[in-house]
Structure formats: structure tokens, C-alpha cells
Design a protein around this ligand. Structure first.
Ligand code: LLP
Length: 422
């Protein structure tokens, strides 16, 4: 469920017409609904609670939407943060997420980032390989600390979804095997700079079938039991993120309560603190990208190109993963649907949002909204073609705030420096 609805013939975010936001912030612009973010977080939290999983740490995957106002909306409800860089740690802290609710994941943490995380007091570092374990041990010792770590396991399951975002097969770069995890956990418990507290996994993103998750999670339970059988203490089990969302052209993915009930079954009787790292399921349907139609370009061969002022640099998912986003006119016009190729202004054919899409008739100047764009939308945006980074707006009821203004061309150029010989 989300809070983007037609009211009086016009698409609104909560109580605000999107056209009002487009006027205030210009286009393209990302618009987020606080009520939807809050609802998705609380639905997941309540589902996990009622599946008997105690009071789990729900660490929002900051990579999905790193806007500080979005993070603050979630942290106000008690969310933690799953981060993968020093920049994300800084964003989470700036949003008021307590360090004790921050989990630091990622396959390539630098010594500097590890030191920053330890000095900030993050809850745990999820370790993805033996060399990384050694580096964390060294950095922690040099700071006179013991780093709390979890070993990230690669459960070697096929999670479906797009190949570019599947992470749980042995050939992927993430995590270690179960056998290695046992060895590393035991080593870590003897290392002066390490304190192993748990194990973690994350098998992919936009997963729409619970079976691979269930297979991975029961293997994780087995690992916890084996480690404990060796007399090692395992306090935490981090089950990652990955739950899919409806992008409207697919069968409905499992609901948070299906997901939680499955985990409740697999983990029944296991006394452990659970952690989750959801990104998409919380943020995707809480955001849209609003763009304006620049031209309707009808070709003699019959193709109609809808040229927007948004491009692949603003919303990369269609170009990168062939992703499907629903496109809705902000003020739908009456009349039979027209088949369009929807494109941006960037000079490459990859800058195509969709081909042969039947939409209500549109004219130059009309606004359209790309739905389900709140996760991996603005967070993946760039300035390719020297287009200004897309702004972001947060709505709450009848109020809205521009939480990241559009940059200016002066600011863009001011970031660069002349080389002394030029
Ligand atoms: N935890 C870890 C360790 C991750 O690598 C990810 C996502 C998550 C949690 C959150 O997964 P989620 O709940 O959002 O599925 N840019 C791609 C998605 C990349 C996902 C990367 N890792 C896209 O636009 O589809």
C-alpha cells in the first residue's frame, strides 16, 4: 500500500498534488511519502514481532535511499541502518541513528573506513572474507579496541531475480562458505582485536519467492547450532534484506507477514537476537520520480517517442537492469491509450525508460510519475551529461519540504580546480 492516489483527477502524494511540488522544486524531482515509509517500516516490524522473533534490529539498507530526511523519518520509529561505506555511516549518524544500531557491511572496507566505524562505535562489522577479518583485527588492535564482528556467509542458493543483484551463489563475490565461516569464527574468538558476536547472510534483492530464503535461513540456523555446539557464543543472526516489491507488471511478491511467518517457523525455539537489512521493501513504493514531457515526437514509421526531462542519470534502473516502472500521468487526459517509447534526453539509446508502453494520451508540458522509485532511484543518480543532480522532496500530510535542493551550475563548476599548467 502507498499514499500516491488520484484525487480530483490529479495524482497526489498524501495530501499534496504532485503538480504543486513540480512547480516548487522543478522537474525532474523525487517525491517521498512519509506515511508510506512509516507504514512499510511498522508493518514489517509488527510482522517480525508477531512471528515470535523478539524485538529485532531492523537496519534500513541506506544504499536504497540515503537521503538524511528519509533516514531520520525511519530512525524516529526505531530503525537502525545497514551501511556499506564511511559516507553511509556519516549519513546514518547525521540522521540520528544511534551507532549501536548501525551494521557495517560490504566486501571492500578500507582501513580508514574500519577505523572510522570502530571510533564511531557501530554495533557490528559484517566480515566478508579472511583478508578482511585480518585487517579489522589489525585496525582494532591499533586503536586498542575489540571489534564486534559477524561473519557473512554465502549460503550458495539461487535466489532468482536479476543476475546483477543476485548475491547468494558461491560464485558471487560476497561472504564465505559455511565451512570457512566455522573456521573464521573460531579464529576470531582467539584474536586480540576481534569479538565475534554473530553470523549474517544476504542472498540478493527483489526476491519474489520465499523458497530460496527459507533454504538459506535453515542453513544459517544449522551454522548457529554448530558454532554453539563447539562452545562458541553466538548472540546475533542477521538475515539481510532482499524481499521484493510489486513493480506492477509482476505477480504479487510475498507479504512481510508471509516472510516473517516463514522465518518464525525456521527459527522456532532458537534463542538469538535477530537483525534484518531491508531496503527496497521499505522505500521503493514510498517514492516516485516526477518528470515533464518535453516533446511528443511522432516518427513516420509509427513510433511515438515521449521525450522527458528525466534521463537515465536520474533513474538508472531501466537502463541498468531492464527494470519496469509503472508510468502514470499526473493529470490523466481522457482518450484511448497511445503506445509510446519513453526516453530521456541523453545521447545514447540506453537512455530509454520503456518501449511500446500503452499510456493515456500525453502532450508536451504534461507531468508523469515513475512509480516505485523510492529505492535505488535518487541513490543511484549521477550528473552524467553534466545534468544537475536530481532534487528530493519529502511529503508529510499536507506539508512538503525540499530535502535536497537541485544543485546550481555554479556549485557544480565550483567543485573543480584548474590544473596549474592550464
Ligand atoms: N544488505 C546487503 C548486504 C545488501 O547488499 C543489500 C542490497 C541489502 C541489504 C538491501 O537489499 P533490499 O532489501 O533492498 O533488496 N540497485 C539494485 C539493487 C541492489 C541491491 C544491493 N544490495 C536495484 O536497483 O535493483
Amino acid at each position: 500500500m502507498n499514499h500516491f492516489e488520484l484525487r480530483g483527477g490529479e495524482l497526489h502524494c498524501e495530501d499534496v498534488p504532485l503538480s504543486r511540488i513540480a512547480e516548487a522544486a522543478g522537474t525532474p524531482v523525487y517525491v517521498y511519502s512519509s506515511a508510506t515509509l512509516e507504514r512499510h517500516y511498522t508493518v514489517l516490524r509488527d510482522a517480525l514481532r508477531s512471528a515470535g522473533l523478539g524485538e529485532p534490529l531492523i537496519a534500513f539498507a541506506v544504499k536504497a535511499n540515503s537521503n538524511v530526511a528519509v533516514l531520520r523519518t525511519l530512525s524516529a520509529l526505531g530503525a537502525g541502518a545497514d551501511v556499506v561505506s564511511e559516507g553511509e555511516i556519516r549519513r546514518a549518524l547525521a540522521a540520528g541513528v544511534p551507532a549501536s544500531r548501525i551494521v557495517f557491511s560490504g566486501v571492500g572496507k578500507t582501513a580508514g573506513e574500519i577505523a572510522f566505524a570502530l571510533q564511531s562505535g557501530v554495533a557490528e562489522l559484517n566480515v566478508e572474507s579472511e583478508p578482511e577479518l585480518k585487517l579489522i583485527d589489525q585496525v582494532a588492535q591499533s586503536l586498542g579496541q575489540r571489534a564486534k564482528i559477524a561473519i557473512r556467509v554465502n549460503p550458495d542458493v539461487e535466489a532468482g531475480g536479476h543476475a546483477k543483484i543476485s548475491t547468494g551463489k558461491a560464485e558471487n563475490k560476497f561472504g564465505v562458505s559455511f565451512a570457512e565461516a566455522e573456521r573464521l569464527y573460531a579464529n576470531a574468538s582467539n584474536a586480540a582485536g576481534l569479538s565475534p558476536v554473530g553470523v549474517a547472510c544476504h542472498i540478493g534483492s527483489q526476491i519474489t519467492d520465499l523458497a530460496p530464503m527459507e533454504a538459506a535461513f535453515s542453513k544459517m540456523r544449522g551454522l548457529v547450532e554448530r558454532l554453539r555446539g563447539q562452545g562458541l557464543s553466538v548472540e546475533r543472526l542477521d538475515l539481510g534484506g532482499g524481499l521484493g516489491v510489486p513493480y506492477f507488471n509482476q505477480p504479487a511478491p510475498p507479504t512481510p507477514s508471509d516472510y516473517a511467518a516463514m522465518i518464525g517457523r525456521v527459527m522456532a525455539g532458537l534463542d538469538i537476537a535477530f537483525a534484518f537489512e531491508p531496503g527496497r521493501v521499505i522505500a521503493a513504493n514510498a517514492g516516485v520520480l516526477v518528470a515533464r514531457v518535453l516533446h511528443v515526437n511522432a516518427r513516420p514509421q509509427g513510433r511515438q517517442f515521449l521525450v522527458l526531462d528525466a534521463a537515465m542519470n536520474d533513474l538508472l534502473r531501466p537502463a541498468m537492469y531492464d527494470a519496469w516502472h509503472d508510468i502514470r500521468p499526473v493529470t490523466p487526459r481522457p482518450g484511448p491509450p497511445v503506445t509510446y517509447d519513453v526516453v530521456g534526453p541523453i545521447c545514447e539509446t540506453g537512455d530509454t525508460f520503456t518501449r511500446d508502453r500503452a499510456l493515456p494520451p500525453l502532450e508536451a508540458g504534461d507531468l508523469v510519475a515513475f512509480m516505485t522509485a523510492g529505492a535505488y532511484g535518487a541513490a543511484m543518480a549521477s550528473e552524467y551529461n553534466s545534468r544537475l543532480l536530481v532534487p528530493e522532496v519529502l511529503v508529510k500530510g499536507a506539508d512538503f519540504a525540499i530535502v535536497r535542493p537541485r544543485e546550481t551550475y555554479d556549485a557544480m563548476l565550483a567543485r573543480e580546480r584548474p590544473a596549474p599548467w592550464l
